[in-house]
Structures are given as C-alpha cells and as structure tokens.
Design a protein around this ligand. Structure first.
Ligand SMILES: Cc1cc2nc3c(=O)[nH]c(=O)nc-3n(C[C@H](O)[C@H](O)[C@H](O)COP(=O)(O)OP(=O)(O)OC[C@H]3O[C@@H](n4cnc5c(N)ncnc54)[C@H](O)[C@@H]3O)c2cc1C
Length: 421
C-alpha cells in the first residue's frame, strides 16, 4: 500500500515539493517497515527474551529512517532552522502532516510527536536563552522527553480558567501545589510544562490573567506520578495522573511572563488543532484506501464486496467525509496563514467536523474488514480510538460549537452577517 500523491494545481510549487518529498519517504522507507516500527513503539520488541537481535535491528532501522528524513530536510519541520528544525511555513506543514500521517507512528520519525512538538514550539517562542539551552535543544535532539500538564481531575478541563494548581513565590523559587491528570508522555518525561495559577501580591488567587506556565523537571522532590491512567480497557497508559506537592523550582523556570500562560496555551493549541486535523485526514486517507482494497478483493456470497450496494454506499459516504474534511481543513490552514479574522471560527469548525468524519470513515473501514478490522493486524482499531479521543482533547465539541455560534452572532449583531469564504 502507498499514498498516491500528485501535485496540486495552483499550489505554491515549494509546498508541492514538500508533499512529494514526504510521500517518497513514507512510501519508500516507512510503509514497508511499518510492522517492525510499530512493534518497537509499542514496546513489543523486548530485549530480555532472546529477541535482542530483532530489537537491535529495529532500532537501527528507525535511526536510519530518521537520518534519511534529516537528509531530506524534513526533520522537526515545525521548528526554526536555528534550533535544528526545517523551518517550514504553516501551509507547507499542514500539507505535509496529512501525508506523513498515512503511515502509523510516522510523527515520531519526523520529530513532531505530541506533546514534545508543542512544547518545543512554545519553548522556542517564549523560552529564555538558558531555557532553550537546557530544555529545548535536548528535546529536539531526542535526548529528552516532556509533558504538558494542564488538565485537573477536580476542575473542568474545558474551562481552563478554573484550574487550581497554585504557584506561590518564595524568594527566588516557586512553590507549586496541585493535582493534574491526563498528562501525556508522563511516564517518560524528563520535564513538564505545568499550567499554574499564580497568587497576586495580596495573597488572593489571581484572575485568569495570572495563569502561568512553569517548567518542572520530573525528578524534582514533590512530583509524584500516581499512575498511568488506563484507557479503552487497557490497564495503563502514558497519560498520567500527577501530584505536585510543595514542588520547588527556580523563578527562572517561568516560561514567558507571569500571566502569559493562556496566551502560550492558545499559541500551542490554535496551530496544533490544524495539525491534528491534517493528521486525522492522513489517517482517514489510509483507512479509506484499506477499505477500498478490501472491498475489491473479498468475496462474500458468491461475489466481491465491491459489487454490493451497501459497500458502495460506505465508499461513497467515506469519499464525501474525507473530501469535505480535507477542504475545510485546508481552508482553515489558509486562513491561519493569512491572519484572517475568521481563522478561529474555522479552527473550531474543523475541530468538530474532522474527528467526527474520521470516526465515521474508520468505522466503515472496520465494518468492511469484518473481524480483522478490530485486530492489531491493521491500524484501524488504533485509529478508531484516536478519533474518539480527538473529540475530547484540545477542547470538546460543545466548547467549539459555542465559540462558533458566538462568533457568528457577534457578526450579525454588528450588522454584517457571515461571509462564507
Ligand atoms: C488521551 C488523552 C490525552 C490527553 N492529554 C492531555 C495532556 O497531555 N495534557 C493535558 O493537560 N490534558 C490532556 N488531556 C485532557 C483533555 O484536554 C481534557 O480531557 C479535555 O480538555 C476535557 O476536559 P475534562 O476531561 O476535564 O472534561 P470537562 O471539562 O469536565 O467536560 C466534560 C464534558 O462536558 C461537556 N461540556 C463542557 N463544556 C460544556 C459547555 N459549555 N456546554 C455543554 N457541554 C459542555 C463536554 O461534552 C465535555 O466533554 C488528554 C485527554 C485524553 C483523553
């Protein structure tokens, strides 16, 4: 199986070139080795059971693919060249993500796996020179891992202003107390970027304007990983519940200014939502190709699946879902690139529409594959879970619906109406 990429008419030739370079790497290097890479990522290539040689070969394979990606100028494409990234512009990145997402787990091979990529982006933008040296460069080099610790069990994540984790200044240190959960990559992280509420001078909680991000090394006294939260029936995961109890870090670990926490989070999430959607589209594309391939070859009741109208309906509806999700996302990416005032509305729109379309396409692909569809032999089951999670993470659907309605109503209240473009 290979992703079928041809130049898009009217698109900047440089962006088309990025798409084609990415597709070559995906088709020639990643897809043929996907199984071994997947086993390695899931920790199934263990070194303690006589399969040391297999594990070593898989690691060598992974490193050689990373080197080829670096050589092709596509490693860490979201980061400026001065930090070892490829420095691609927003549109090139968006078009690149849909292609690399066609291959399972390719994001880590390109140095853009979450949450490290988002953390690197805000460190590059808000970090001091010391912070960049200490945290950003090792993160980019793959020598460190990180987590982003915002959501709390006792306060609504969909209303980030309700966060209660508190940082109080004591001389040249912050003292942090709070309870977080769903901090992804928490098991492996060397440091966390923790969203805190900073007390004002009168000792009262500050207003939302005092939300602040603080870098906390994971081995600091008082940081306790309570558990990796089991999800979708699995016993554990790397999405962690974490206690921060009298955690002391230098004031120099403040990321950006005190009170800039929300701005930095929006910086991370705004662009991130477009990338997540392009990622979802790449996976949908793969699910679509898998569904069509199976329909063309599987015989049931004396005929091929492709000749049954139920299945033709699945193919047609999935084409509609994929094409509309893709066009909406490209439109949103263009609005972000143009600093269009409607960009936020467009982002909320794709954040609702794309995960739902992704869910529907994968669901149909699973149905066409029958039992194999939910097995680990195919990436569909994993995609199904990802699609469901995307409807919650980075703001649940309802919050984005409210945002869209507010933006539309505001425009009508101003007497202009909405201009679809
Ligand atoms: C796999 C996974 C990984 C994650 N990784 C991270 C991470 O790395 N770092 C991190 O900080 N967080 C992470 N999260 C947390 C995620 O961002 C939150 O779950 C999300 O923001 C929702 O917050 P909540 O769970 O507190 O739900 P709540 O805020 O309690 O909301 C529950 C539900 O209420 C409904 N709702 C909310 N507001 C409204 C409204 N105004 N009107 C009507 N209905 C409403 C929605 O249906 C929503 O789903 C992750 C979550 C998952 C599942």
């Amino acid at each position: 199986m290979a992703i079928n990429v041809t130049p898009i008419a009217g698109l900047d030739p440089a962006v088309n070139a990025v798409r084609e370079r990415t597709a070559r790497l995906v088709n020639d290097l990643i897809l043929p080795n996907e199984d071994a890479l997947w086993r390695l990522r899931r920790g199934e290539e263990r070194s303690d059971d006589g399969r040391l040689a297999a594990k070593r070969r898989s690691i060598e394979l992974r490193e050689s693919i990373k080197a080829a990606i670096f050589e092709a100028g596509l490693w860490a494409p979201h980061l400026p060249r001065e930090y070892g990234g490829a420095g691609l512009d927003f549109l090139s990145l968006s078009y690149m993500y849909e292609i690399l997402a066609y291959a399972v787990g390719a994001s880590s091979l390109f140095g853009i796996a979450a949450p490290n990529s988002g953390n690197a982006t805000i460190l590059a933008k808000y970090g001091t020179e010391d912070q960049k040296r200490q945290w950003l460069l090792p993160l980019i080099a793959g020598e460190m891992e990180s987590g982003f610790s915002m959501t709390e069990p006792d306060h609504a994540g969909s209303d980030p202003r309700s966060i209660r984790t508190e940082a109080v200044r004591d001389g040249d240190q912050w003292v942090i107390n709070g309870h977080k959960w769903f901090t992804s990559n928490g098991v492996n992280a060397n440091f966390f970027i923790v969203m805190c509420r900073v007390s004002d001078s009168s000792g009262e909680y500050g207003r939302a304007g005092q939300m602040t991000q603080i870098i906390v090394p994971s081995d600091t006294a008082g940081v306790t990983i309570v558990r990796g939260i089991g999800i979708f029936g699995r016993e554990t995961s790397d999405h962690c519940e974490i206690l921060y109890e009298n955690v002391r870090v230098p004031i120099a670990n403040t990321l950006g200014r005190v009170g800039q926490g929300h701005e930095a989070a929006q910086d991370r999430l705004g662009a991130g939502r477009v990338y997540h959607c392009m990622n979802a589209i790449g996976q949908m594309w793969r699910a679509f190709d898998l569904m069509v391939a199976r329909a063309r070859e599987r015989e049931v009741h004396g005929g091929l699946l492709r000749d049954h109208q139920f299945i033709q309906g699945f193919i047609a509806d999935s084409y509609l879902d994929l094409q509309s999700a893709r066009l909406m996302t490209i439109n949103a990416a263009q609005k972000v690139a143009d600093n269009d005032p409607d960009a936020r509305t467009a982002i909320s729109g794709i954040k609702i529409f794309v995960p739902a379309a992704f869910h529907r396409v994968v669901d149909r692909a699973i149905q066409v594959w029958g039992g194999a569809g939910v097995s680990n032999d195919l990436p569909l089951a994993q995609m199904y879970q990802t699609a469901r999670i995307l409807r919650l993470a980075d703001g649940p659907d309802e919050v984005h619906r409210i945002l869209i309605a507010k933006h539309v109503l505001r425009r009508f209240d101003a007497g202009t109406g909405w201009n679809f473009a």
